[in-house]
Design a protein around this ligand. Structure first.
Ligand SMILES: *Cc1c(COP(=O)(O)O)cnc(C)c1O
Length: 414
């Protein structure tokens, strides 16, 4: 069959250039019913390119012209429309139950471009009080310089001491939250966020990096845009930097137009690696959910540990929201040790996890957020948020759970 089809393509290809391209251009709309299948198969080019089972790397900056009617239709890497982009974007949209997706050069490119494409000078955002350090300093330093202001709110308490209503201004356009916040693993009242955004006509944006679509799909709850640092779980192997923005076709197009000019597009070679990593997301995250839950329960019993932040623990104030919305609680946890000196010695004594920034890979990592992701914040800001030198964050990998827990046990036994 394949041979006959290919022969007829060759015969037709000579007729007109336009026909040659139309016949040879694969399409990427394939979608299945389940997340596990979509992770492996959604959006794969049909027909397969030269029969290749895996999307080959299209390391070509530019492409032959056809009859492109708009600038967007011109094919060029910066326009995020190589076959590697199209496959990956269709796959991510299917996996997050959304219409469309756009991949970007980093998680920060996804976040900054998503925000700037939906808010202009003079306008205002509501944000969760603790966010990823890069997002926080982007808002403080860069967005504010462009005339975009923001007010932090308590995402767990719509009617808290400072109500969400009270933080609104006539210029508020967008609300930005994280599904599980970094580094305190806070899960807010995300249903209330969606209702509040709808009621006040705000664009709701959620960073789903920590939860991953395996545990939570925010578009199904009603969020407008999902952003990811694909550097973390989506790729899962700590060997690339990438991001994604996922949502309705109209919203993602708005982000794509700004990305064309800010220029944070992803290289096809990195698209290929990310597509490869993504295929095992469900397997990895299920294992990481299980091991992190075991480790969190173990750590909760250890006297040198003052507090464990993990939304899967019944003792966590985030548990009631996470339990309603998530199918798993993720592979990230953080602990407060009795003091900063103890935290330092604990990190030195651990032998299995690597002491390194970033997260979401197959290898377990430990880090002090005050010395890494949140080093960009002022000391008093960190103290106010509870991000001190006594806080250690753990990214649980896929190693043997018992061996990992035994290592934590020896490192805590002074
Ligand atoms: C790492 C991270 C980012 C930034 O992503 P990069 O890929 O490093 O640009 C954003 N949000 C969260 C929650 C992250 O962990």
């Amino acid at each position: 069959m394949e041979v006959v089809a290919f022969a007829s393509l060759v015969r037709f290809a000579g007729r007109t250039r336009c026909l040659e391209r139309d016949v040879l251009m694969p399409e990427y709309s394939l979608r299945f019913k389940t997340l596990d299948t979509n992770l492996v198969q959604a959006g794969r080019p049909r027909p397969h390119v030269e029969g290749a089972v895996v999307t080959p790397i299209f390391q070509s900056a530019n492409y032959e012209m056809g009859e492109e009617a708009t600038y967007d239709a011109v094919r060029y890497i910066r326009l995020s429309n190589s076959p590697n982009h199209l496959t990956l974007q269709a796959r991510l949209a299917a996996v997050e139950s959304a219409e469309a997706a756009l991949v970007t050069a980093s998680g920060m490119a996804a976040i900054s471009t998503a925000i700037l494409s939906h808010v202009k000078a003079g306008e205002h955002l509501l944000t969760q009080r603790t966010l990823y350090g890069g997002t926080q300093s982007f808002l403080h330093r860069d967005a504010s310089r462009l005339g975009i202001s923001h007010t932090p709110i308590d995402i767990a308490a719509p009617d808290g001491a400072r109500t969400w209503e009270g933080a609104l201004t006539p210029q508020t356009r967008l609300i930005f939250v994280e599904a599980i916040s970094n580094p305190l693993m806070e899960v807010g009242d995300l249903e209330a966020v969606v209702d509040f955004a709808r009621h006040h006509d705000l664009v709701s944006v959620i960073d789903n990096t920590f939860a991953t679509p395996v545990n939570f799909r925010p578009v199904e709850l009603g969020f407008d845009l999902v952003v990811h640092s694909a550097t973390k779980y989506l790729n899962g192997h700590s060997d690339l930097v990438a991001g994604a923005v996922i949502g309705s076709t109209a919203s993602v197009d708005q982000v794509r137009h700004l990305l064309l000019h800010l220029g944070g597009s992803l290289d096809p070679n990195t698209c290929f690696l990310l597509e490869r990593g993504l295929k095992t997301l469900a397997l990895r995250v299920q294992r990481q959910n299980e091991t992190a839950a075991r480790l969190a329960r173990f750590l909760e019993e250890q006297p040198p540990v003052r507090q464990v932040n993990y939304p899967g623990l019944a003792s966590s104030p985030s548990h009631r929201y996470a339990d309603r919305l998530f199918s798993g609680f993720g592979g990230m946890l953080s602990i407060y040790l009795q003091d900063a000196g103890l935290a330092e010695r604990f990190l030195e004594r651990l032998t299995l996890p690597i002491h390194a920034a970033s997260l979401g890979g197959v290898e377990s990592l430990v880090v002090r957020p005050a010395r890494s992701s949140h080093l960009g914040l002022e000391q008093d800001e960190r103290d106010r948020l509870g991000i001190g030198d006594d806080l250690v964050r753990v990214s649980v990998g896929i190693e043997d759970a018992s061996e990992l827990i035994a290592d934590f046990e020896q490192a805590l036994a002074e």
